[in-house]
Design a protein around this ligand. Sequence first.
Ligand code: HEC
Ligand code: HEC
Ligand code: HEC
Ligand code: HEC
Ligand code: HEC
Ligand code: HEC
Ligand code: HEC
Length: 265
Amino acid sequence: MLGHVLGWALNLPALLCLSLLSAVLISCTITPYTPSTVAAPPQVPGATFVGNHACSECHDKIHEGFHDSPHGRFYRGDEVQWASIAGCESCHGAGSKHVETGLAADIVNPRTEPQACLKCHVATHGEFTLPHHHRVLEGKMTCVDCHEPHGRNIHQIAGGLGTQQRDAVCIRCHKEQTRTHVFEHEALREGCVTCHNPHGSVNRGMLVQRDANLCLRCHAQVQTGADRVFIGKMDHTGLLRNGTCWSAGCHSAVHGSNFSPRLLY
Ligand code: HEC
Ligand code: HEC
Ligand code: HEC
Ligand code: HEC
Ligand code: HEC
Ligand code: HEC
Ligand code: HEC
């Protein structure tokens, strides 16, 4: 645990350099979006860091649960130098002014400023700039639509049930894909992220792979003599040339079907 914490602390300069570098790369190569604050901590003009204890006075509930959260695990004691690296203020910016005034204007809220998260999560930032993505950087969605920052399970939404499954965050907005079907596709039991990158992807539909390989990971192709290709019990020779498994008219209902066990609408 200690080694983990120290390793990460020592790597912080490297992390920051990396974020600068990739900010430059991303803005040059992928989109015209130019992140200006990627490597800078959230800015609260004129404020200084105070440490988590100062927040507990008014936000007791959040403070209490925080040390079990993936981010809180790195926070050690109340030394102020940890506050900006792993404490409340690593996401919310320096808190001295807000502690005095109690005003929302004197603190950063990553719900409206995803850059507060992306300064550390550089790879995630890259994913959101790919051609097919959830529009978080555009301000249409937030990290909080899918992540609960303070509690034990960051892969649920705030106020969700403790037992909430990972994909439950998707159900709110994608009822069609998450409903139960007469003919289920067992692949969905492995979760949406088996096939989709939830942040973004170069592929249409935010798919992790763009072609039949998406499906062949689980549905092994069997080559029999004379170049015949079987998937399941059926000869697929030739079919694979017509398009992807889901766009060629064969298995259009990849999320499940009410009409056909072969996953068709
Ligand atoms: C003296 C009491 C007090 C202390 C100490 C305090 N807060 Fe607050 N905080 C408030 C109040 C009151 C609000 C509600 C402000 C509003 O809605 O205008 C608030 C709101 C917030 C918000 C939401 C802002 C928004 O955009 O709606 C955040 C984030 C926050 N506090 C973080 C912190 C952090 C981090 C600390 C420790 C550095 C802290 N607070 C310490 C009183 C306090
Ligand atoms: C990993 C980044 C992160 C850390 C660390 C963090 N927060 Fe937050 N905080 C957020 C985000 C994101 C929101 C917006 C949540 C929402 O709108 O549902 C938020 C919202 C808040 C709010 C206002 C909304 C609410 O739920 O009442 C308060 C107050 C707050 N945080 C206090 C704290 C305190 C105190 C700590 C440390 C014990 C802390 N935060 C640590 C990311 C963080
Ligand atoms: C100061 C740097 C920093 C900031 C700011 C930050 N994170 Fe993190 N985050 C980390 C580190 C380091 C880890 C790795 C934790 C681990 O390995 O257990 C992490 C882990 C995560 C994980 C994966 C946790 C898991 O166990 O699967 C998610 C999701 C995440 N952060 C989301 C966010 C969101 C959303 C925000 C903004 C509200 C945010 N982070 C802000 C440093 C940061
Ligand atoms: C549409 C829902 C959604 C949104 C919006 C979202 N995330 Fe995620 N995020 C996920 C899911 C689902 C995973 C788990 C991915 C997995 O297990 O492969 C994840 C994983 C992560 C991880 C762990 C590393 C990884 O990529 O697996 C980090 C860090 C993270 N998210 C940060 C963020 C930040 C920062 C934001 C906002 C800028 C954000 N996420 C917005 C759904 C989302
Ligand atoms: C807050 C609502 C919301 C949540 C939660 C959400 N999405 Fe989305 N999703 C959208 C919207 C809106 C679009 C349309 C794309 C856009 O923004 O232009 C979309 C589009 C998509 C697409 C199609 C992208 C394309 O290029 O056609 C996929 C796949 C997707 N979401 C998967 C997921 C998964 C997986 C999750 C859970 C990890 C999730 N979504 C959670 C709102 C949401
Ligand atoms: C077996 C792989 C697979 C799994 C698992 C999967 N999807 Fe998909 N999804 C696809 C394919 C393939 C497409 C079609 C992409 C295209 O249009 O090119 C798609 C498209 C989508 C779209 C765009 C609208 C549409 O229906 O064409 C959304 C939204 C979506 N998926 C959400 C989800 C959600 C939410 C989950 C988890 C409940 C999920 N998907 C699980 C393969 C999958
Ligand atoms: C994570 C693994 C996984 C992935 C990825 C996956 N599947 Fe499946 N699929 C299964 C399992 C398990 C079954 C049920 C057992 C079986 O019939 O092989 C199944 C069943 C099917 C069936 C019904 C077969 C029948 O005759 O009953 C079709 C059709 C199908 N999948 C198509 C696809 C397509 C198209 C894709 C790509 C978009 C895909 N699958 C991706 C695991 C997966």
